[in-house]
Design a protein around this ligand. Structure first.
Ligand code: FEO
Length: 387
């Protein structure tokens, strides 16, 4: 397992998780990487680690460069176990090493690992002398956990951004200019929608700080390293964190006997008549984390469910729970669905869309099987309400 040189004496020594298909509920169809970086200087410094089951792979890459026992500092930018999982093994080998982390990082690491390591707790704007270089730190709480921070090498104009700017994308290539641009951007968008979206206001704070730095390389903790499209990914983060949407509708539904599917199609016709791009996403066929990627930039969020046992379908409930947690802002919502007798589902969907603070169009509720006239009327009703 070879390390990859990022800049002179700075190496990627992470692990590639080719087979990962589920990251705490997020479908990772292209796998992932956990990026650790080794800086060779007077003080040998490791930036983050990898998931515990890829520790041997990381150790092998490090050992191609130095004996891991020579590591002086291990910077823990984030406690989550995809980045800290191999810390216990590293600290067992590099017995004299000091763990550099934020105040909440120290607390989190001690709690996760019952750790009795040498800690140096740093705060924003502190720096650490490595010899020919210095490492500066900026605390970035809630991007993605309370403990997060990023590390910056001013001499190399290199930002170790941890979760920010990451993508779940397994690849033997390490840089953005070696990989298909559209795929990497799509994975970066999916990552933002499913991991970072609830913390957009904190992202805006970080972008303000990062905007003051001179950056030639962004080295995140997942996926490829940005060295050619830095301005593009920063602009995307500005757009996503500012909740900028496209004039686009996404119609998310599940159906029992196709009546709710027919209503979904009538709604689609209304948006098409207004020249608004529309995406149909049937639950059970599409994964909720893929749907969220589309939701992130869509102005209209339409959600449909028939009524089953006095409730919405479990697939729809699951999606709405996920949507509410990820908290996209300032959208227009529409609840719809069919029913046989009770008809509770549409009101339940509308309630959750309202809890999301969406502005709601009038709900659509049809008993049993809507006929052609009913379906045409639905299209007209929706058309009248679209701006
Ligand atoms: Fe990639 Fe929040 O861990």
């Amino acid at each position: 397992m070879k390390p990859i040189e990022v800049k002179e004496d700075i190496y990627w020594v992470g692990g590639i998780d080719w087979d990962l298909r589920n990251f705490h509920g997020y479908s990772t169809n292209r796998g992932s990487t956990y990026n650790a970086y080794l800086i060779i200087d007077d003080k040998v410094t490791l930036i983050d680690t990898v998931k515990s089951y890829l520790c041997d792979e990381m150790m092998e890459r490090i050992s191609e460069i130095i004996d891991p026992a020579e590591i002086d500092y291990v910077v823990s930018n984030h406690v989550e176990m995809d980045h800290s999982g191999s810390l216990p093994e590293i600290m067992e080998v590099a017995k004299e090493a000091t763990v550099i982390t934020s105040p909440k990082g120290e607390k989190g690491l001690k709690s996760h690992y019952d750790a009795d390591w040498n800690f140096k707790v740093i705060d924003s704007n502190e720096s650490l002398d490595l010899g020919r270089r210095s490492l500066e730190f900026v605390l970035t709480p809630m991007v993605h956990w309370p403990d997060n921070m990023v590390s910056y090498l001013p001499e190399d104009k290199l930002l170790f951004s941890n979760d920010a700017f990451g993508q779940h994308y397994a690849s033997s290539e390490r840089f953005d200019d070696q990989t298909p641009y559209d795929i990497v951007m799509e994975e970066a968008k999916k990552y933002y929608a499913n991991i970072v979206l609830p913390y957009s206001s904190q992202v805006q704070n970080v972008l303000g700080t990062v905007g003051d730095l001179d950056i030639e390389i962004i080295a995140p903790s997942h996926g490829i390293i940005w060295r050619s499209n830095i301005e593009e990914i920063i602009q995307k983060y500005k757009k996503w964190s500012a909740n900028e949407t496209e004039e686009e509708a996404i119609i998310i539904y599940d159906t029992m006997w196709e009546s709710t599917a027919k209503i979904a199609t009538s709604i689609q016709r209304a948006f098409e008549a207004k020249d608004i791009n529309t995406k149909m996403r049937k639950l059970g066929v599409n994964h909720i984390s893929d749907i969220m990627t589309d939701v992130m930039t869509a102005e209209y969020i339409c959600v449909g469910s028939p009524t089953l046992n006095n409730n919405m379908l479990p697939t729809v409930a699951s999606f709405l729970t996920y949507l509410k947690g990820l908290a996209p802002k300032d959208r227009t919502g529409l609840a719809f669905g069919s029913y046989g007798w009770g008809g509770q589902s549409v009101g339940q969907v509308a309630d959750i869309l309202e809890e999301c603070d969406f502005e709601l169009l009038d709900p659509i509720k049809e008993q049993y099987i809507p006929n052609d006239d009913n379906l045409d009327e639905i299209t007209e009703r929706v058309k009248e309400q679209i701006k």
